[in-house]
Ligand binder design. Structure first.
Ligand code: PBG
Length: 325
C-alpha cells in the first residue's frame, strides 16, 4: 500500500467509483423523528431554538406523523407536555395523559408507523427531576415503580416500544418485569443506556418545559468525562432486558457509540440531540455553513461510528433529501 503503487485517489475520481466503494450509506430506515405532544386543538407552538419544530396538539401531531411515514421514516419518538405537574408525576402514568392520548390517535391514523414513547418523569414532576425527590435527593428505588407504571400505561395505549430516559439504576429490569406480567412481553425496550449529563439538551428543556427547578442531573446522568462507565451501563441494561442500547448525545460521543457497537451485541441507537440540531440551524441561518450538507454529513458520521439507528430532529428533512438523491 505504498505510493506510487497504491493511489487512494484512483477510486475517488468519479461519482460512480465513489458510490462503489462507499462504506456507509444513510437511508430513511435509519431515522427516528422526535415529536412533542401538547393538549388543546390546532396548537402549533414554534420552538424558538429548534426552527422547524413545534409543540403540537394531537390533530397536528397525526399529520406530522403521517408525513414522516410517507417520507419513509419508520418510527417516531413521542414526548409529552402535560397541563399539570406534581411531585409524583401522576400525569405521566394517567390513562388519559397527553402521551397516552397521542399514542392511541397516531396508532389509529398511521398504524404502520412505529411509535416509541419516551419514559421519564421530568416533564411531569413539579420539581423537574427525572425521579422522586425525598429531602432534596433523587430517590432511585422509589422512582422505579412510577417509571414502570408510566411504561405500562404507554404500552397499554398502544406504544410499539418504550424508551426509558431517566437514568435510574435498575429501571430496565423493573419495566421488563411489569410489561411481562401484563401480557406485554412483545413490547421492546429501547434503553437510554449511556445518557450523559449534557448541556446539549438545553433547547429540548425549553421545548418540553422540563428543566430541573433546583440543582442539576449530575447525580443520575453520566459524567461526560467517562467512557468505560458507558460500557458498564450498557452491559447492565442488556442484562436487564434492553432490546436496543442508546447513546446520547451523538456527535460529541462518537467514541462511545463505537465502543458499545464493538463490545455489545445489541442494536445501537444514537440520539442526535436538540443542541446539536440548534447549532447547525443557527449557523445555517447566519449563512456560515451549508445546512443540508452538514445535516447529511453529521448523520453519516454517526452511522459510520456504529449507530444502527439515529434519533434526530432532521429525520424528516434528511429522509426527503435522501429520497430526492
Ligand atoms: C428526558 C429527556 C431529555 C431528552 C430526552 N429525554 C432531557 C433531559 O434529560 O434533560 C433530551 C433530548 C434532546 O435534547 O433532544 N429525560
Amino acid at each position: 500500500m505504498l505510493f506510487p503503487d497504491y493511489r487512494p485517489r484512483r477510486m475517488r475520481q468519479s461519482d460512480a467509483f465513489r458510490r462503489m466503494v462507499r462504506e456507509t450509506v444513510l437511508s430513511p430506515d435509519d431515522l427516528i423523528l422526535p415529536l412533542f405532544a401538547i393538549g388543546g386543538k390546532d396548537v402549533k407552538n414554534p420552538i424558538a431554538s429548534m426552527p422547524g419544530h413545534f409543540q403540537l396538539s394531537i390533530d397536528h401531531l397525526t399529520k406530522t406523523a403521517r408525513a414522516a411515514h410517507e417520507a419513509g421514516v419508520p418510527a417516531i419518538m413521542l414526548f409529552g407536555i402535560p397541563d399539570k405537574k406534581d411531585p409524583l408525576a401522576t400525569s405521566a402514568y394517567a390513562k388519559d395523559g397527553i402521551v397516552q392520548k397521542a399514542i392511541r390517535e397516531i396508532k389509529n391514523r398511521v398504524p404502520d408507523l412505529v411509535v416509541i414513547s419516551d419514559v421519564c418523569l421530568c416533564q411531569y414532576t413539579d420539581h423537574g427531576h427525572c425521579g422522586v425527590v425525598e429531602k432534596g435527593i433523587i430517590d432511585n428505588d422509589a422512582s422505579l415503580d412510577l417509571l414502570a407504571r408510566t411504561a405500562l400505561s404507554h404500552a397499554r395505549a398502544g406504544a410499539d416500544m418504550v424508551a426509558p430516559s431517566d437514568m435510574m439504576d435498575g429501571r430496565v429490569a423493573e419495566i421488563r418485569n411489569v410489561l411481562d406480567e401484563n401480557d406485554l412481553s412483545s413490547v421492546p425496550i429501547m434503553s437510554y443506556a449511556a445518557k450523559y449529563c449534557s448541556a446539549f439538551y438545553g433547547p429540548f428543556r425549553q421545548a418540553a418545559h422540563s428543566a430541573p427547578k433546583f440543582g442539576d442531573r449530575r447525580t443520575y446522568q453520566m459524567d461526560p468525562a467517562n467512557g468505560q462507565e458507558a460500557i458498564r451501563e450498557a452491559t447492565m441494561d442488556a442484562e436487564e432486558g434492553a432490546d436496543i442500547l442508546m447513546v446520547k448525545p451523538a456527535l460529541p460521543y462518537l467514541d462511545i457509540i463505537y465502543r458499545i457497537r464493538q463490545e455489545l451485541d445489541l442494536p445501537v441507537a444514537a440520539y442526535h440531540v436538540s443542541g446539536e440540531y440548534a447549532m447547525i440551524k443557527a449557523a445555517e441561518e447566519k449563512g456560515w455553513v451549508d445546512g443540508p450538507r452538514i445535516m447529511l454529513e453529521s448523520l453519516t458520521a454517526i452511522k459510520r461510528a456504529g449507530a444502527d439507528m439515529i434519533l434526530t430532529y432532521f429525520a424528516l428533512d434528511a429522509a426527503r433529501a435522501l429520497r430526492e438523491g
